[in-house]
Write a protein that binds this ligand. Structure first.
Ligand code: CUA
Length: 329
């Protein structure tokens, strides 16, 4: 048992959680007004559930005769109790939860579309997230993956897409979850009230690596966000190096794009500014040289079922490749 617990804790995602470089992911630690409404409703539901549980257990105790000496209820009184507690109370509770849930949904979604400062297309892939930042004309200005940057205090419009199966985009510190459905364009709004880094994840079973389809959210001041976006929009800043030849020779460019180089594949994440990201493999591992090497040479140890095959280059080639990837700031 203890061994199993140790193995669980040492597995990649847990090791990452414990390493401290991961933002927290919690619906009970809201970083936006929308998430706060959801958290408050959760606490109301939890408190009510505890209250109802205590009352129910109390009645059960009375029924079981735990409090002797009390008069037994008449048939009429007990029937009234059953109708009130067993029929009326659940109906009232369900209506209250339904009405407040719908009201919060309206409040956090469509109702506040006006004044959105930014539109981002979020595309669910198997099993990672593509993020396309759009300009005011709706043209894509920057493409990145698995790390959503947002300016603090501004309302961003996220358009959720999928070109494969149904995913669900969930950044619980900022907003409730919304599905990304093939053929549809669902809209979600995110408005971080404070600076911070949080984790989010796919919340709809979508295949073998659903569990590790994570992403990071970074909320930063507008000027830092602008600098970040400008960099993301640019071609690769790393000069051509032997590692780029290794990248192309291995065929990585068939699936990955590095803007400004011949690598223009569309299947996998855009790697133009890979080194600027906090994580790799959809928020599964911190972005370090060792993890990058492990990911490339033993992909399916990290994520069984991942669509990327493993590559085992010659040692010097691997070092060149890692040098180059680490220069993609
Ligand atoms: Cu994508 Cu679950």
């Amino acid at each position: 048992m203890r061994l199993r617990l140790l193995r669980l804790l040492s597995s990649a995602p847990f090791a990452f959680l414990l390493s401290g470089c991961q933002g927290i992911q919690s619906a009970l630690d809201p970083a936006s007004r929308d998430a706060r409404l959801v958290a408050e409703l959760s606490w109301w539901m939890f408190t009510s559930a505890v209250f109802i549980y205590i009352v129910t257990i109390g009645l059960l105790a009375v029924g079981a005769g735990l409090f002797r000496g009390r008069k037994r209820l008449s048939f009429r009184s007990s029937t009234t109790l059953v109708i009130l507690g067993g029929v009326c109370a659940p109906i009232i509770a369900i209506i209250a939860i339904g009405v407040s849930g719908v009201a919060i949904g309206d409040e956090t979604e469509g109702a506040r579309e006006a004044g959105t400062a930014l539109t981002i297309e979020v595309v669910g892939k198997q099993w990672w997230w593509e993020l396309r930042y759009l300009d005011e004309a709706g043209e894509v200005i920057a493409v990145t993956a698995n790390e959503l940057h947002l300016p603090v205090g501004e309302r961003a419009r996220l358009e959720l897409l999928s070109d494969n199966v149904i995913h669900s985009f969930w950044a619980p510190n900022l907003q409730g979850k919304t599905d990304a459905i093939p053929g549809r364009r669902n809209v979600l709004f995110a408005e971080p009230a404070v600076e911070g880094v949080w984790r989010g994840q796919c919340a709809e079973f979508c295949g073998k690596q659903h569990t590790l389809m994570g992403f990071m959210v970074v909320a930063e001041p507008r000027d830092e966000f602008n600098a970040w976006l400008e960099r993301q929009a640019s071609d690769a800043l790393a000069p051509p190096a032997p590692g780029l030849d290794v990248f192309l020779d291995l065929g990585c460019g068939g699936c990955h794009t590095i803007r400004g180089t011949p690598a223009d594949g569309q299947k996998g994440p855009d790697l133009t500014h890979l080194a600027s990201r906090r994580t790799i493999a959809a928020a599964t591992l911190p972005n370090s040289r060792g993890n990058l090497g492990g990911w490339i040479t033993d992909t399916h140890e990290v994520k069984p079922g991942a669509l990327m095959p493993s590559f085992i280059p010659e040692p010097q080639d691997l070092h060149d490749l890692l040098d180059y990837l680490e220069a993609l700031h």
